[in-house]
Unconditional design. Structure first.
Length: 230
C-alpha cells in the first residue's frame, strides 16, 4: 500500500512564526502534534478556535492566519494530521479541547478537506463546540449539520478553482439555516495558508488577483467577527 507524500510545504514566513513567536507553542503528546497560538494580551482567552488543515498541506502553513486570529483575542490551534490528511484524524478536536480547560467556548473549522472533517466531528454532537468555520469547504450530505445546535460561517473565494460558488450555494441545505456566507473577492483556494514559493498554487486552482496577505487578512476579520458571536 502506498501513501501520499506531503505535497504542500509552508512558506518561510510561516516557519518563522512557528519558530520565533513567543505566543506560539508546539505541543506533542499521545494525541499527536498541534500548534497553539495565544493572544499575548495578558488575559486568558475564553473562546478558542481549532483548525483542520487542507489535504496534503503541512499544518504550519496556516501560522500567519492563526497568528492573526489569536491577535484578535482568541486561542487558535492548528491540528497537525496523520500523513497530512484530516480524514485520518477527524476526532483530534476532542483531545485538543481537553487540554485547554480554561476555554469556555469553542469553534471548530477547516480548510477544504479539513472543513469536511470538521463537519464530521461536529456531527458527532460534542457539546463543547458552539461554532463551525468552513474555509473553502462544505459538508457532504453524510456529514450534514443542518439540524445541529451550532452557529456557522462559510468563507469562500471568488477565484477558487476547486470549490465553485455554485457548490457553496448548494451547501446551504446541509448547514444551519442562519449560516453566514462571506465571499472574498479575488481570493483563491491556495491563499488560505502560506505555501512555499516553489509550490504555492494548489493543484487545479486559479491564480488570485489579491495577495496572500490580503486574503488572509480578510479571513482573519471574518473568523474573528464570527467568533465574537458564539
Amino acid at each position: 500500500m502506498s501513501f501520499p507524500k506531503l505535497r504542500y510545504k509552508p512558506a518561510p514566513e510561516a516557519l518563522d512564526i512557528i519558530g520565533k513567536s513567543p505566543n506560539v507553542r508546539k505541543l506533542d503528546g499521545s494525541d499527536g502534534t498541534f500548534y497553539a497560538f495565544f493572544s499575548g494580551c495578558g488575559t486568558a482567552a475564553k473562546t478558542g478556535f481549532i483548525l483542520y488543515p487542507g489535504g496534503l498541506i503541512d499544518a504550519r502553513a496556516y501560522a500567519p492566519l492563526m497568528q492573526g486570529i489569536a491577535a484578535e483575542g482568541y486561542t487558535a490551534v492548528i491540528a497537525a494530521m496523520p500523513l497530512n490528511l484530516a480524514v485520518l484524524g477527524s476526532s483530534r478536536a476532542g483531545k485538543i479541547m481537553a487540554r485547554f480547560s480554561e476555554i469556555e467556548k469553542w469553534a471548530l473549522g477547516g480548510h477544504s478537506l479539513g472543513g469536511v472533517m470538521a463537519c464530521r466531528y461536529a456531527k458527532s454532537g460534542d457539546a463543547r463546540i458552539s461554532g463551525l468555520v468552513l474555509l473553502a469547504s462544505y459538508p457532504s450530505r453524510r456529514f450534514s449539520v443542518e439540524h445541529m445546535p451550532l452557529k456557522a460561517v462559510s468563507i469562500y473565494a471568488t477565484e477558487d478553482g476547486l470549490i465553485k460558488q455554485n457548490v457553496i450555494e448548494a451547501s446551504k441545505q446541509n448547514l444551519p439555516e442562519d449560516t453566514h456566507f462571506v465571499g472574498i473577492q479575488g481570493g483563491n483556494h491556495s491563499q488560505y495558508c502560506a505555501l512555499a514559493p516553489q509550490n504555492n498554487l494548489y493543484r487545479g486552482d486559479n491564480p488570485a488577483s489579491i495577495t496572500p496577505a490580503e486574503q488572509q487578512q480578510a479571513i482573519v476579520r471574518a473568523v474573528a467577527d464570527f467568533l465574537g458571536t458564539i
